[in-house]
Design a protein around this ligand. Sequence first.
Ligand code: UDP
Length: 456
Amino acid sequence: MTTQKAHCLMLPYSLQGHINPMLQFSKRLQSKGVKITIATTKYLLKNMKELTNSVSIEDISDGYDDGGRDQAGSFVAYVTRFKEVGSDTLSQLIQKLVNSGCPVNCIVYDPFLPWVVEVAKNFGLVSAAFFTQNCAVDNIYYHVHKGVIKLPPTQNDEEILIPGFSCPIEASDVPNYVMKIEGPSILEVMVNQFSNLDKVDWVLINSFYELEKEVIDWMSKLYPIKTIGPTIPSMYLDKRLHDDKECGLSIFKPMTNECLNWLNHQPISSVLYVSFGSFAIVEAEQMEELAWSLKNSNNNFLWVVRSTEEPKLPKKFIEELTSEKGLVVPWCPQLQVLEHESIGCFLTHCGWNSIMEAISLGVPMVAMPQWTDQPTNAKFVKDVWKIGVRANQDEKGIVRREVIEECIKLVMEEEKGKLIRENAKKWKEMARNAVDEGGTSDKNIEEFVSKLVTIS
Ligand code: UDP
């Protein structure tokens, strides 16, 4: 027996920062009556440390069932094999759902996997691309895809004019793949995100209209764009999803009690939270500079250093670190941390989820971008939304301890940082309004759902 309920199959890319927003978007859809199935890889499903019960989860194969992305050796090798193996196993899953009386109407996919559109077409399904990056970054990759921007620029301070942006940006603001620092093949995967976009029914962007008006208006002339963010649990925003538990799909185990107990003993707005996300690899020299800047700063700190990064911590720093001054953990419950009243600033690598989370919880930032889209995100944090400062690298590409210390001081203590702290509060309000009833993202999600219902 088939049901008439709209049913979306969600296919995120296999990274924590891509899974989190798609899971939260799924919960929003589900609260509006859409049935959701999330497909993740066999390897990730086996290795999840936290597994939500609120949506159904199925697995498909990326061709690396025993070792996941690390087994592939490179990003390009991984996405290539995922395409070869994933097309078949995704088709098998769709058929299985048909056979079980629960057919799918729509596939929402991560554009790192553009081949999903072909699978959707084979089954006569509608499809939506879900960009985890913001619209500004998508706009840059779009223009590289179209050959409009001639990159890489010859000089680091050369201004680049990009249609859709109100101000020029510099070479140091564009994703490093565009600069071909990581090799042209990765850039190819990035621009390929647009390769099947003329065949999709919707382009969903993990951002909100007020944050990126101009570039969203510009890109909406090209694609059926809908902003649906911030995609963080409703309990931190509009609080309309009553069964919204934070527990999600996590590849890492957070040290929840240790972090919250420690934060509970810290004064209001006094703590610096530091994290470089789920996969950035920080150079040993940079790690050393960062460690001593934290030790020297006036503020206490909570620092997430993943276990694979931990050996780079200076020995002397560890020996001298007291629990009064700081806590270093391999993973934390980031949203609970950012929401905690003791947090005064977030020193971040500028992963897009981290920025959306900081914006949603009103936390000002020190931006220390590492790679991918992070330099562009940092540019917007500092110059457009004015909710943080950027800690600049020296000619060796390292941010020195004095620079970091100065940035922390500016955001957390100085009069000069007051506007930044006030802006952070202002954007928090805007973020909540976007997903609250009648807000720009809420309306877009409603419209998406009502179209899904008519085709189901
Ligand atoms: N995160 C977390 N605990 C941590 C560090 C990060 O829960 O200790 C989460 C964070 O809230 C965000 C995601 O991991 O949702 C990281 O995504 P982001 O886009 O910021 O960075 P990426 O890991 O993709 O570089």
